[in-house]
Design a protein around this ligand. Sequence first.
Ligand code: NAI
Ligand code: COI
Ligand code: MG
Length: 374
Amino acid sequence: MDVLKKKIAVLAGDGIGPEVCREAIKVLEAVAERFGHQFTFDQQLMGACAIDATDDPLPAQTLRACFEADAVLLGAIGDPKYDNDPSAKVRPEQGLLRLRKSLGLYANIRPVTAYDALLAHSPLKPERISGTDMLIFRELTGGIYFGDKGRTDDGQGAYDHCTYSREEIERIAHRAFQAAETRRRKLTLVDKANVLETSRLWREVVQQIAPQYPEVRVDYLFVDNAAMQVILNPKQFDVILTENMFGDIISDEASVIAGSLGLLPSASVGDQVALFEPIHGSYPQAKGRGIANPIATILSGAMLLEHFGLQEEADAVKAAVQAALDSNILTPELNATSPCSTEQVGNFIAYQVAGGIDCQMYKENIAVGMSTII
Ligand SMILES: NC(=O)C1=CN([C@@H]2O[C@H](COP(=O)(O)OP(=O)(O)OC[C@H]3O[C@@H](n4cnc5c(N)ncnc54)[C@H](O)[C@@H]3O)[C@@H](O)[C@H]2O)C=CC1
Ligand SMILES: CC(C)CC(=O)C(=O)O
Ligand SMILES: [Mg+2]
């Protein structure tokens, strides 16, 4: 087989970003070794670390590297020094939003799975969440996050405008319908059409597109009800389609079904280079402590492999993650009694991908302090 050569731009970012990216890269390197591919990783600055180095959260060099890459792997950005300073004019999140816009990443796809091995870790009743398998299509380059924002002239008020064009809705709606066709053929549009004009446009466009996908059953939920239904009866959902802010909120909420925010990956796609990132943020409280769960980023790596058309390789990563879950090789938020570190979880998954390892032996190695066996 020909050697597949791919260049991956890595924007590790802030907080736990570099720690979780390190483990995802380790796993992708194990994939390359086992399957005979060549992946090169081009590390670039974005977020608070980029502001520190260049005064710009998305330096031109970083953007150029993304355009020159076959895919982008992102950790997370954000730092409390900006979160706690509402007057800061330059902010890490501006880099992320500008990146999404510049790369045209209009569809953010967030799978939510209830793993049998973790059912007991969710605060939700196992029988309610068992078997959950939903795919959230979050619009990523429009809506209120990108509208005009500012303070009123008297300085006593503020505004954030929410706008959507028909075209912005159509392009992600088609992707969501196409995904639903390959799954359980149900699409739920989450909006606030009883109040918001933008939501009424979303309904109008989805109703117009729906006849092109006759096998897909469409239903509509207001976002407040959806927020409740997602945890009350998550199994009712197949594909959820929604706008930017609602998707941001609903997907963090849905991570409670999986058991941890540190488990949910995502793919952001558009017409150019695609980007893969965990749905969580920079979790600054965990920075440098080795407690961050790397699985969301590792699974984002699996989505990256699928994007390259490497299904067998992606399946190998998912199987290795499953082995970690089944063997309780997990970070402290999911395993309080015998927790593993970020690095140990990454090592185990990479080792599994590279050729397998006996789980019991690995646990014994961890117990005697051999944290780096790969
Ligand atoms: N895509 C991105 O880069 C995002 C960046 N942010 C930024 O991240 C910073 C922190 O924001 P927060 O609201 O605290 O959200 P966050 O997602 O960083 O953390 C929220 C909570 O989720 C849990 N968590 C998150 N990641 C985890 C992991 N890998 N393993 C285990 N538990 C994990 C922790 O309990 C944490 O307290 C802010 O500066 C924010 O702007 C927030 C969301 C997304
Ligand atoms: C800057 C935010 C929009 C990041 C975030 O919360 C996300 O993408 O999920
Ligand atoms: Mg979010």
